[in-house]
Write a protein that binds this ligand. Structure first.
Ligand code: IPM
Ligand code: MN
Length: 360
């Protein structure tokens, strides 16, 4: 029996409705496998600004530091997107949380599901068998370098910074992951232009010597953006910096068929956070049509992180059954009348109904 106290930061837009489905799946797992998962809600993002004036209230940060893990929904609101001069933004909440908790590695798996080949604009022959994972550095780079805007509002800069330690930490994780997979790491950078990229290449090459069973390859980010669409099967573990990882993981979601399928884990030495990679998609908030699978698969990643591998696989199997039986939202099936809640119920019920069979 495992006890886990989980902070639930549902956030903005469709965050609350998709996170609720992840909680249902976790509750089903707890019941079937005899674990105790408790949830505690806290504010982050635009809702937090509205109620407390801060995108990451102290209370939320404290809760996150005193729980075993965090389930995160989505962040962002068009009100702020349309007002670039706003000094305070919902996204600052997530960025501060990643930094304060030292969540330096963001892990984003990408898989082409056989049943969903038609949901992707990429040809089947190219998609088939694609299965890789992006290791995105999450605490450094241009996201966190010094920012500047001159008084006249006519000049702006964002500094891109990395030190050896920051690169080394995520590189070790990426190589360890590759050892458990197909034993290949592709470092994606822009080393023909950027000094930070050249430092990445140097550090990664040194570390690679500790993992002689893993092949290391390099790709410039512009070429990588093309290769992801031309030949995605070539990738196993794609290692990259914060900004490139953000961009490439959205691009890679086209392989899976929808951003609504893409889960992620953000991990550090002490803390962990699990979130869908999609945003708040406020336009459809409360309409019961957002795809909850990314959140549900993020919950599966949470279980795996805590060593609950069979439980994690139970969620993944239920998701695959939902996909096979076309219990999916409109992003995956144009004429689908099935909503967020129904997908969540199907997945939770599948886990509950299978019950004892997990132990056979
Ligand atoms: C993501 C998101 C965030 C990022 C935003 C919301 C700050 O796009 O998790 O990929 O850029 O990291
Ligand atoms: Mn992103």
């Amino acid at each position: 029996m495992k006890k886990l106290k989980i902070a639930v930061l549902a956030g903005d837009g469709i965050g609350p409705e998709v996170i609720l489905q992840a909680q249902k799946a976790l509750a089903a797992v707890a019941l079937v496998f005899g674990h105790e998962f408790t949830f505690e809600d806290a504010l982050i993002g635009a809702v937090a600004i509205e109620r407390t004036g801060k995108p990451l209230p102290d209370q939320t940060l404290n809760l996150c530091k005193n729980t075993d893990s965090i389930l995160f929904g989505a962040i962002g609101d068009p009100i702020y997107d349309n007002n670039p001069e706003s000094k305070i933004r919902p996204e600052q909440g997530l960025l501060k949380l990643r930094k304060e908790l030292g969540l330096y590695a963001n892990i984003r798996p990408i898989k082409a599901y056989p049943k969903l080949m038609d949901a992707s604009p990429i040809k089947k022959e190219i998609l088939q068998g694609t299965d890789f994972v992006i290791y995105r550095e999450l605490n450094g780079g241009m996201y966190f370098g010094e920012k500047h805007l001159n008084e006249a509002g006519t000049y702006a800069s964002d500094l891109c910074e990395y030190n050896e330690d920051e690169i080394a930490k995520i590189t070790h994780l990426a190589f360890k992951a590759a050892q458990e997979r197909r034993k290949k790491v592709t470092l994606v950078d822009k080393a023909n232009v950027l000094e930070t990229s050249r430092l990445w290449r140097k550090v990664v090459q040194i570390i690679a010597k500790d993992y002689p069973d893993v092949t290391l390859e390099f790709l410039y980010v512009d070429n990588a953006a093309m290769q992801l669409i031309l030949n995605p099967r070539q990738f196993d573990v794609l290692l990259t910096d914060n900004l490139f990882g953000d961009i490439l993981s959205d691009e890679a979601s086209v392989i899976a068929g929808s951003k609504g399928l893409m889960s992620s884990a953000s991990v550090g030495e002490k803390y962990s956070l699990f979130e869908p990679i999609h945003g708040s998609y406020s336009e459809v908030k409360g309409k019961n049509c957002a795809n909850p699978i990314a959140s549900i698969l993020s919950a599966a990643m949470l279980l795996e992180h805590f060593g609950l591998s069979i439980e994690s696989k139970a969620i993944i199997e239920a998701v695959e059954k939902a996909i096979i039986n076309q219990i999916v939202t409109i992003d995956l099936k144009v004429d689908s009348k099935i909503g967020t809640n129904e997908v969540g119920d199907y997945i939770a019920n599948y886990i509950l109904n299978k019950g004892d069979l997990y132990f056979k």
